[in-house]
Each structure stands twice: as C-alpha cells, then as structure tokens.
Design a protein around this ligand. Structure first.
Ligand SMILES: Cc1ncc(COP(=O)(O)O)c(C=O)c1O
Length: 384
C-alpha cells in the first residue's frame, strides 16, 4: 500500500499530451517541440574538457557530501560578486540540480499543515514537492499584475499558518521579473511575519532589455530568513550534469547536509569539476547564449502578437512565452491538443502550472529561430 505522502503526488498534467507527441513522432510525423525547459546549446567546450580531465585523473570517488571545497569556495565568491550575498564556503551545499536543493529545503522547513505561499502560475515541481513534504500549497494569483508578485499580494495571502514564500524571478513559466523595489517591500513583510523565503534564481542571467537581477538575500537582516537556490543547469546549458547549489540561514546548513548525506551523498564528482570550470571560467558563453535568447524573445513576441486570439506579455527573462489564449475560446489543454493535431507543434498547456494558468500555453523559445518561425507559421495557419 502506497504511503499517504506519495499518494499526494499528482500525475503530470502534460503526460497525455507528451505521450501523444511521442506517438506521432514514432509514426514519422514531423513535430516541432516547444515544450522543453532547457537551452538547446551544447555545454561549452572548456566545461566538457574539465570533466574529461577529472575522469583521466581518476576523480571518480565519493566526495564530501555537500561538495568539493574548491567548488563551494567558487560558489561563495560568485554569490558575493553577482548577488551581493555574503556567505562562507561552509554555508554552501552543492546538490543534484537545483531541484534537490529545493526539496532538501522544504524537507527541512515544513511540518504537517505549514503553508507555503506560491505565486501562480508556478513552476510545476514546487507544488508537488510541498505536498510530499506535508505542506499546504497556498497559491497567490499574479495575473492581475502581469504575473508580477507584489508585497500587497503577499500581505493579503498570509495566515497564521504561513511559513514560507517561494520567489522565482525571472520566472518559469511566465518570464516575468520582480523589480528590486517590490522585492524590498516583500522583504519587509517577510521580516514582520517571520516568513521564510526560498528564492529560486536559476534564470538569473536570462534577462532582457538591460534588466538587472536582484537577490533578496542581499538585503540587510534577511540572511536568517532567505534560502537562495541556483544551478549551473540553465546558465551553462548543463541540465544533464545535475549540479545545483544553495545557501541559507546558518541553523539549517548542518541539518540539510545530514539529509543530503543520508539520501544521495555527494553530487557526481566529475560534474562538480565541470561546474567549477563553468563558474570560475570565462563567462562569454553565457553572454552569447543570452543575446541569442533575446533575439528569439523579440521574434516570438512579435510572432504571437500577429496571431489572432493570442495576447502576450513581453517576457522579461527566462526563455518562455506565456500567451493568453482565451480569445480562441479554448483552454490551454484543448488548444495544446489542437496544435499538436493540426499544426504538429508541441507546447505545454498553461494549466500544468496551476489553475491560474488554464487560459494560457507555455511556448519555450529554446529552439532555433528557423524552428520558431516555422512553428509560429503553423500555429497561425491552424487557427485561421
Ligand atoms: C524555476 C526552476 N527552478 C528549478 C529548476 C530545476 O533546475 P535543475 O535542473 O538544476 O534541477 C527548473 C528547471 O526546469 C526551473 O524551471
């Protein structure tokens, strides 16, 4: 008999549509996929070289559970340099992707019935992780403010059971960015209510129109409330290498380290060496990738504006467009199905990201301009 905990996990809302896309591909039908959440670039060469060197040198054994000291030192430097977050290497935990960091933090924070405030539409794994950690998901509808969370929204949502707020800026699936001024106000509310914050910053470099990233943990007196999560996954196109990292309030570091040491132990030794090369090496590869994404973002924004029935906010970061499709008189699931059948285009129904996403679809622009152009042409034709 399955545990109550595991029974709380919900079947993936995109499973049926994914299965259909795979089936059509198997039949030799040309499907253009815009569902993926990873950059389409290869991992830069100098990062791969570092992994090859690690292998050649026999760096293939257990490491310290929370990561090799030189990587933790490099991450502490990175936090200081890019995020104005002051922490020591021993305050860092390197984990198996950003996902494990998030899961560990929720495990360490939540008691049964504790509420987590979750701005919605949200990245799908947040909700299921909260549920499996016995927490209660309390969504905050961000649609009234162009998907941008405000301090007022947080204040209104807080109850005596609220323990944690999740921030994800730039955000998946909406591509929206919360401005520094608003983050400062949110920090005030968090302090007043002793609300912990998990700040998921995995898209921090994917910013357009000259926008700047701001980390809430850099504000005075926030270090005992904020967990900052990041990963090399998106930044260096290293999703398969599975290296993420976190820092947070001191009292949590040891317990989370124990949890990790009893569950997965260290993340892959070779991937840690690759992550070290990524974080300490030349950063032009990131700038080049982001410049390409900005071009695609412009293209996608103009393309969707030209399709009757679609209304789109201009994505400010990440690599997702999240158009409102209510004027097509279909919901996101129905439209995604129709696009797969009629246009041979795979997108993610917005309802996969919470009910607040029902009238939207998510279109990832982690594909070449040529594919995006063809995809938009097919969508427009299917709807005309
Ligand atoms: C918002 C957000 N956070 C975290 C992750 C997980 O990243 P990782 O692959 O490092 O586990 C993703 C991946 O899609 C994401 O979109």
């Amino acid at each position: 008999m399955l545990s109550n905990r595991i029974q709380k996990l919900r079947p993936s809302a995109t499973l049926a549509i994914n299965a259909k896309a795979i089936e059509l591909k198997k039949q030799g039908i040309d499907i253009l996929k815009f569902g993926t959440g990873e950059p389409d670039f290869d991992t830069p060469e100098h990062i791969k070289q570092a992994a090859k060197q690690a292998l050649d040198e026999g760096f293939t054994k257990y490491t310290a559970a929370t990561g090799i000291p030189e990587l933790k030192a490099a991450i502490a430097d990175k936090f200081k340099r890019d995020n104005s977050i002051v922490c020591a290497p021993e305050d860092i935990i390197v984990s198996v992707g950003g996902k494990q960091a998030l899961y560990n933090i929720l495990m360490a924070l939540l008691n049964p019935g504790d509420e987590v405030l979750l701005p919605s539409p949200y990245w799908v794994s947040y909700a299921d992780m909260i549920l499996v950690c016995d927490g209660v998901v309390k969504t905050i509808d961000t649609r009234p403010n162009h998907f941008k969370l405000t301090a007022k929204m947080v204040e209104k949502a807080i109850t005596p059971k609220s323990k944690v707020l999740i921030l994800n800026s730039p955000g998946n699936p909406t591509g929206m960015v919360i401005e520094q001024k608003e983050i400062e106000k949110i920090a005030e509310i968090a302090q007043k209510n002793r609300l912990y914050i998990i700040s998921d910053e995995v898209y921090e470099y994917f910013l357009y129109d000259g926008k700047k990233h701001f980390s809430i943990a850099s504000l005075p007196d926030m270090q005992d409330l904020v967990f900052t999560i990041n990963a090399v996954s998106k930044t260096y196109s290293m999703t398969g290498w599975r290296i993420g990292y976190m820092t947070g309030p001191k009292e949590f570091i040891k317990p989370i380290s124990s949890l990790q040491s009893h569950s997965t132990s260290n993340p892959c030794s070779i991937a840690q060496k690759a992550a070290l090369a990524a974080i300490t090496g030349p950063q032009d590869c990131v700038k080049e990738m982001v410049a390409e994404f900005e071009k695609r973002r412009d293209f996608v924004y103009e393309g969707f504006n030209d399709i009757p029935g679609f209304k789109i906010e201009k994505p400010e970061g990440a690599f997702y467009a999240f158009p409102d499709i209510s004027a097509t008189s279909k919901n996101g699931f129905e439209l995604a199905e129709l696009l797969l059948e009629k246009a041979r285009v795979a997108v993610v129904p917005g309802g996969a990201f919470g009910k607040e996403g029902n009238q939207f679809i998510r279109f990832s622009f982690a594909s070449s301009i040529a594919d995006i152009k063809e995809g938009l042409r097919r969508i427009k034709k299917a709807l005309s």
